[in-house]
Design a protein around this ligand. Structure first.
Ligand code: CTP
Length: 417
């Protein structure tokens, strides 16, 4: 029989959903993906090593001390031999251990020792899932680049209802398969950059002209482009956000720096300008802190218009194939956005109407419309910036695959946060 070209190390931790991992093993095998398994002590309360071994065709690893006898594969080798590690189901306990680097059994030792991608599929009671401790652990693991498969909502084995169920084996299988084969992602091979956040224009060494942009929408777009397989640079003004994993983040302060960083990447395929660029800068920023002179006239600030980054990119002879801008408007969003699109020369503009019900700045949600030269292409009701980002990237993928039926299933079960 031919050797499997890809292989997975499956860690089965204790939980009622452990039975689903048997079906998962069957799906991997059927697809020609090799499976090694580690069964934790509590996992063995739910499924037997014998059934796993029969399905995977390989020995089931359970004990660290068996391995370290080194008569067979050592734990370091086991943690690195497969192309990725999948923890399914992942209990609250194993997620907590992963977060804190605890290595007190074979599974957690391999997770600490591996140099391969890790995907975890949590499954637990709804209250355990919602607990701040679990949510903090999930956030930390994601920050470190571990992919988390969002648990589903439904009836629980314990009789409660809510989020915490392990998704179907087919769903987990398809997510793992995409991770094993990144060339199947719709934007694989495409290069993108995203501008995000505010710019700060110095008045003197301690004061600046800035705005309330949080950068959340731009960061979410950078992550969605990454998930779709693009090579992404995020050009970010000052924000409080963490650099996204798997994205090159370039930190800038002023509009001029943001423009310079954008022009360095002008030969990209995609540019998305979400930044709230300061329209003006101080003509002559003071070298020293401007002192207050009580009783004297307040100093006058002389302003110069900043370069328009979106317009410069759009009109550049080596411009990306797709240039997308944003338009934050307080009135007649669609009309003003269309005018902006024509004036700046970008291909699409995402219009946000800023209002009391859609404050946009700093919020986790947004209401937006996608506008092309032909007018409103789509309107998106209020939803998370993460979901808006996915919709923009979905349309972007379609732009590059026009004429063919674009496959958007790569977004399946990505976190709905
Ligand atoms: N933009 C830019 N460089 C600037 C100003 C804006 O790249 N100097 C981009 C923004 O990133 C956004 C789009 O242009 O994609 C529209 O920004 P917006 O602030 O809505 O428009 P302005 O051009 O600044 O016009 P106004 O403030 O008058 O509405």
């Amino acid at each position: 029989m031919a050797q499997p070209t890809k292989s997975v190390l499956l860690i089965i931790s204790g939980g009622i959903a452990a039975y689903k991992s048997l079906e998962l093993i069957r799906l991997f095998k059927k697809d020609g993906i090799g499976v090694q398994t580690i069964l934790t002590k509590s996992g063995a309360e739910f499924v037997t090593p014998l059934s796993i071994q029969a399905l995977s065709g390989n020995k089931v690893y359970q004990d660290l001390w068996d391995l370290t006898a080194e008569s067979e594969m050592g734990h370091i080798e086991l943690s690195r031999a497969a192309d990725l590690i999948l923890v399914a189901p992942a209990t609250a306990n194993i997620l907590a251990k992963m977060t804190h680097g605890i290595a007190d059994d074979l599974a957690t030792t391999c997770l600490l020792a591996t140099n391969k991608p890790v995907i975890a599929a949590p499954a637990m009671n709804v209250k355990m899932w919602e607990n701040a401790a679990t949510q903090d652990n999930i956030a930390t693991l994601k920050k470190r680049g571990i992919d988390i498969i969002q648990p589903e909502e439904g009836d629980m084995a314990c009789g409660e209802y809510g989020e915490g169920r392990l998704p179907d084996p087919e769903t987990i299988f398809s997510i793992v398969k995409k991770k094993l084969n990144p060339e199947t992602l719709p934007l694989h091979g495409k290069i993108a950059f995203v501008t995000a956040g505010p710019t700060y224009e110095a008045i003197d060494p301690v004061r600046f002209i800035g705005n309330h942009s949080s950068g959340k929408q731009g960061y979410a777009i950078a992550e969605a482009l990454r998930d779709a397989g693009a090579e992404v640079t995020l050009i970010s003004g000052p924000t409080r956000l963490q650099d996204p994993h798997g994205v090159k983040t370039v930190h800038v302060t002023s509009a001029q720096e943001m423009l310079d960083a954008s022009l360095e990447r002008i030969d990209s395929d995609i540019a998305i300008c979400t930044a709230a660029v300061s329209d003006w800068r101080s003509t002559e920023p003071a070298d020293q802190k401007i002192k207050k002179q009580t009783g004297a006239d307040a100093p006058t600030l002389v302003l110069t218009e900043n370069p328009d980054i979106l317009a410069t990119i759009s009109k550049h002879k080596s411009r990306p194939a797709l240039v997308i801008g944003f338009a934050a408007e307080t009135q007649e969003a669609e009309k003003n956005a269309k005018e902006k699109l024509l004036k700046k020369g970008c291909d699409w503009i995402i219009a946000n109407e800023i209002s009391i019900t859609n404050p946009v700045f700093g919020q986790d949600t947004n209401t937006a419309a996608l506008i092309t030269r032909n007018g409103v292409e789509e309107s998106w009701k209020t939803q998370t910036k993460v979901d808006i980002a996915r919709k923009i990237v979905e349309k972007t993928a379609l732009f590059f695959y026009q004429g063919s039926t674009a496959d958007t299933s790569w977004q399946d079960n990505k976190e709905r946060a």
